[in-house]
Every structure is written in structure tokens, then in C-alpha cells.
Ligand binder design. Structure first.
Ligand code: PEP
Length: 253
């Protein structure tokens, strides 16, 4: 590793991002319950809460200070796309961010890299900041071709995308499996991403939990985390927010 590329993280220049993705889980009742714990814990960090789209307007009405994001959006502005949600509809109910290119959407909707770039541009056109997800499948990880795979995914998913966006590195084999990438692997990939995207906030996602949050946020060139399953557990996510706050206050472990 070249010495000039080992950009040191601490002291934190900016508060870390914590993006929570509830996927297709959660109700108004759960939202009311969890906010009692989470709002006070979320200081010194940028917490972007991505509940199902059905809860965004409700969350905004009851908790006006929280930053909300959608979990996906259509590349189309409106029309006969039953079941889809446009970027303007997300913005209309209070979202400021939207996840695009999550591996579950790529898989279940056969979304291509070009589709993801189109969604990111549609989001930006409505004032939303896209959180663009990339990540390799397990066989690519095993073959040692991760960076080649990510480079293509990055080039194609960011084609024509300018302005503000975040990138989340989420190895597919680590999502919802309990198999977190090693600190060395995360550092290696994030250094590669930083070389290509010097000014873009870079997140890691994949089985982040309360026990590994601080270590992951301490990795060079990791600006935040994207949390799925653990963001649905009240105690665990409270601890994740507290750990993120401690990192944001530059408290070393
Ligand atoms: C995700 O949904 O993007 C994710 C990383 O999930 P999990 O934290 O459950 O692995």
C-alpha cells in the first residue's frame, strides 16, 4: 500500500453516516416505539433512516428532525408502473436520500448497472441524494476478482451521474448472512474506491452490528455504515448509534 494513500481517518473530519435500511419490515407502532431510544442516541452523526416508503410521510410528520430516505426509486418520473415509486413521490413525503442499486433490488428486479445510473439521475433531478450500492457476489470474492468486478459496476452505475451522491460497498455475501468482510478487506476495497472517488462519502454495509460498528467506522476511508437487519433491533441499533456518536466525537476505543 502506498504511504500517500493511507489517508488517516481520525480525528473525524465529518460526523459518520449511519444509514438504516428496514427493508420490508416495520409499522407505525414500531416506529413510535423505537424513536424514544434512537432520537436521543443519534448525535454527532448523520443518521439517514430508510423505512419502507409507507412510513416516510408518517415519520416526517411525527419526527420532523430525522433525515429520511427511500429504499429504491423508479427511473421514470410518473406513469403506468404499478407498484413503483418515483423520486418525486419520495421527496413529496419528506425523503432527502434514496438507496439505489441495493443487491436485493438488483437481484429481484433484474436491475442492471445502467438502470441504477438512471435511477440515481432521476433521484438527483428531484433533489434527492442517491446512496448507490455496489458489491460483489461470493464467487467473485473467492476468485480474488473483487476490484475488477467493482470497477465495472462503479463505472456503469455512475455513468453520467454528477453532483452529490454516496457510495455504499456491500459485498453480497455479507448481506444478512452474519459474515462481515474482514477489516483488511474493507480497507483494501475502500482505498480502491477512494482513489476513484476522492470526494464521495463511502459507506460499508454487510452484517454490521453493535459489536463491529466502531471497528468498521475506524477503517481508513470508511465514512459511514449501512445497516440492515441490526437496524430493526431496538437495543442493538441504539448501541450502534451510540458507537457512531462516540466515533463522531473522536473518542478512541
Ligand atoms: C443491507 O440491507 O444493505 C444490509 C447490509 O443488511 P444487513 O446489515 O442485514 O447485512
Amino acid at each position: 500500500m502506498r504511504a500517500e494513500n493511507m489517508i488517516q481517518k481520525l480525528p473525524y473530519q465529518k460526523p459518520p453516516y449511519i444509514v438504516s435500511n428496514w427493508k420490508m419490515n416495520g409499522t407505525k407502532a414500531l416506529l413510535a416505539e423505537v424513536m424514544r431510544f434512537w432520537q436521543p442516541a443519534a448525535s454527532h452523526l448523520t443518521w439517514i433512516f430508510c423505512p419502507p416508503a409507507t412510513l416516510i410521510g408518517h415519520a416526517k410528520a411525527y419526527f420532523p428532525d430525522i433525515i429520511l430516505g427511500g429504499q429504491d426509486c423508479s427511473a421514470e418520473p410518473s406513469g403506468a408502473f404499478t407498484g413503483d415509486i418515483s423520486a418525486s413521490q419520495l421527496a413529496d413525503v419528506g425523503a432527502r436520500y434514496v438507496i439505489v442499486g441495493h443487491s436485493e433490488v438488483r437481484l429481484h428486479n433484474n436491475a442492471t448497472n445502467a438502470d441504477i445510473a438512471a435511477k440515481a439521475k432521476a433521484a438527483q433531478s428531484q433533489g434527492l441524494t442517491p446512496i448507490i450500492c455496489i458489491g460483489e457476489p461470493e464467487e467473485v470474492h473467492r476468485s480474488g476478482e473483487t476490484l475488477t468486478y467493482l470497477k465495472k459496476q462503479l463505472d456503469e452505475s455512475l455513468a453520467g451521474v454528477h453532483g452529490e451522491f454516496l457510495v455504499a460497498y456491500e459485498p453480497i455475501w455479507a448481506i444478512g448472512t452474519g459474515k462481515t468482510a474482514t477489516i483488511n478487506d474493507i480497507e483494501h476495497v475502500h482505498l480502491f474506491l477512494r482513489e476513484h472517488l476522492p470526494k464521495v462519502p463511502l459507506l460499508y454495509g454487510g452484517s454490521v452490528n453493535a459489536a463491529n460498528t466502531r471497528a468498521i467506522l475506524g477503517v481508513n476511508n470508511v465514512d459511514g455504515i449501512l445497516v440492515g437487519g441490526a437496524s430493526l433491533k431496538i437495543d442493538e441499533f441504539t448501541q450502534i448509534l451510540r458507537a457512531g456518536s462516540a466515533v463522531g466525537r473522536n473518542e478512541l476505543p
